[in-house]
Write a protein that binds this ligand. Structure first.
Ligand SMILES: Cc1cc2nc3c(=O)[nH]c(=O)nc-3n(C[C@H](O)[C@H](O)[C@H](O)COP(=O)(O)O)c2cc1C
Length: 421
């Protein structure tokens, strides 16, 4: 009996989780401004409604020249407001609208509205609602390519991002002016996906907005001759998961990866690919001085062949001896050159795990070390899961076996706790 009660309870939890995941029952407030792309909002409303969201639309007075409030109202099944004042002296309550929303989206966002948003110039219902909103705000700019590239627009977008808002960048393509370039509003499908991903992440924190995080990932390959190398089994999965999570939390991410088949589409991740430890060293120290957090998750080879044969080594002798020399110590040098950076290292140990990790933490002047043991089932190279312990000078926390994405969340939660007071 207890068994069946437990199963029913679990199924109930699952159904509840599915019902509350993503956009289902979410309240989406769309603010439309005066650009040609306003016609695409018909599709945006329809896509949100299809996914089970509740939609309300507000418009700037200028937007009324570009799209029909009647169409938006019909599609959203809600009245559309574009003025503070309704009929018979009523007030279209911008505070109530702002607090109603789970997510606010400004789309298309004109250069004019963007400027007003970042400077708090409150002369219409859209800006008043935006300034009252406590929910996350997504901004989908749309304008001609030169307006989009103008330093004032770039700076306003950066400021909006620093305030913790989410920018959905304009796309490349043909523009209303007939010119071709970056400035088209992101497609409705892209906007819906960005919002959905954000809601699904469950994290919903933009605590790293304005911070730069450097992450190293993957193995390094040390050439023996033009076709052979000394490498290791690292896939780069942990480093890439960390990069995605840090970008989701608003950071500018510099990801320096050794040879890995992984890719990223995230526009906030600057991916630099390298091959050897020496190349990784050089790339890391091109950026290290300017970063706030550095996470060294790459499995860097300790040694490299002293000489690299110019031609493929032939199979002549029974024994082949390759002399190896020590590679530069990337993590150790990061520790030596540390000024304001919060430095995180990784330790993969096979014995005396905690003692060795603690000693690495001290020796390399780290602020935190993530320990994983090859003895743990499901942890380590090539796996999709990992089981870690996090050690600092005065604390240790142990985590369950989890997906590398969930481990990335744990690691960055810890970094957040230590760096954002
Ligand atoms: C035909 C036409 C198309 C326009 N398209 C855009 C646009 O795509 N992006 C933009 O930033 N401004 C565009 N503008 C200029 C804005 O409509 C203008 O800056 C207006 O003041 C914006 O008001 P709002 O931001 O309050 O909606 C366009 C103007 C016209 C006449």
């Amino acid at each position: 009996m207890a068994f069946f009660t437990c199963i029913i309870q679990k199924m109930g939890n699952l159904v509840h989780k599915l019902l509350t995941m993503g956009l289902e029952h979410k309240k989406i407030l769309i603010a439309v401004t005066g650009g040609i792309a306003a016609y695409k909002i018909n599709f945006l409303i329809r896509d949100f409604i299809k996914k089970g969201a509740e939609v309300q639309v507000i418009m700037t007075p200028s937007a009324l020249n570009f799209a029909s409030a009647l169409t938006f109202s019909t599609l959203s099944k809600n009245p559309v407001f574009s003025d503070f004042y309704g009929v018979n002296g009523t007030w279209n309550n911008h505070v109530e609208l702002a607090l109603w929303a789970d997510v606010m989206i400004v789309a298309p966002c004109t250069a004019n509205t963007l400027a007003k948003m970042v400077h708090g110039q409150c002369d219409n219902l859209v800006i008043a609602t935006f300034l009252s909103a406590k929910c996350p705000v997504f901004i989908a700019p749309a304008m001609d390519l030169d307006m989009y590239a103008h330093p004032s627009t770039r700076q306003n977008l950066e400021m909006a991002e620093d305030y913790g808002h989410f920018i959905i960048p304009a796309e490349e393509g043909e523009l209303a002016s007939g010119l071709v370039g970056q400035g088209r509003m992101a497609e409705p499908g892209t906007i819906v996906k960005e919002v959905e991903d954000y809601l699904d992440s469950g994290k919903q924190s933009r605590n790293f907005a304005g911070k730069t995080i450097l992450i190293t990932a993957g193995p390094t390959f040390e050439a023996i001759d033009p076709v052979r190398y000394i490498g290791n089994h690292s896939s780069g999965k942990m480093g890439f998961a960390l990069a995605e999570e840090a970008a989701k939390r608003g950071a500018r991410v510099i990801l320096i990866s050794g040879p890995s088949s992984l890719q990223t589409q995230n526009k906030n991740i600057e991916l630099h690919r390298v091959t050897s430890a020496k190349e990784m060293f050089e790339e890391v120290f091109r950026y290290y001085e300017g970063v706030d957090v550095a996470i060294a998750s790459a499995a860097v080879a300790d040694y490299a062949p002293k000489d690299v044969a110019l031609e493929k080594i032939k199979k002549n002798e029974d024994n082949l001896t390759i002399e190896l020399v020590k590679n530069p110590d990337i993590l150790g040098t990061m520790g030596e050159r540390k000024t304001r950076q919060f430095l995180v290292g990784f330790a993969l140990e096979t014995q005396n795990e905690e003692v060795n990790a603690k000693s690495k933490l001290e020796k390399k002047n780290l602020d935190m070390i993530v320990l994983n043991s090859l003895r743990d089932e499901g942890a380590g190279f090539q796996k999709d899961t990992n089981r870690i312990k996090i050690l600092t000078a005065d604390a240790m926390e142990e985590f369950e076996l989890k997906s590398k994405e969930a481990v990335a969340q744990d690691i960055l939660d810890f970094v957040e706790k230590k760096t954002l007071k």
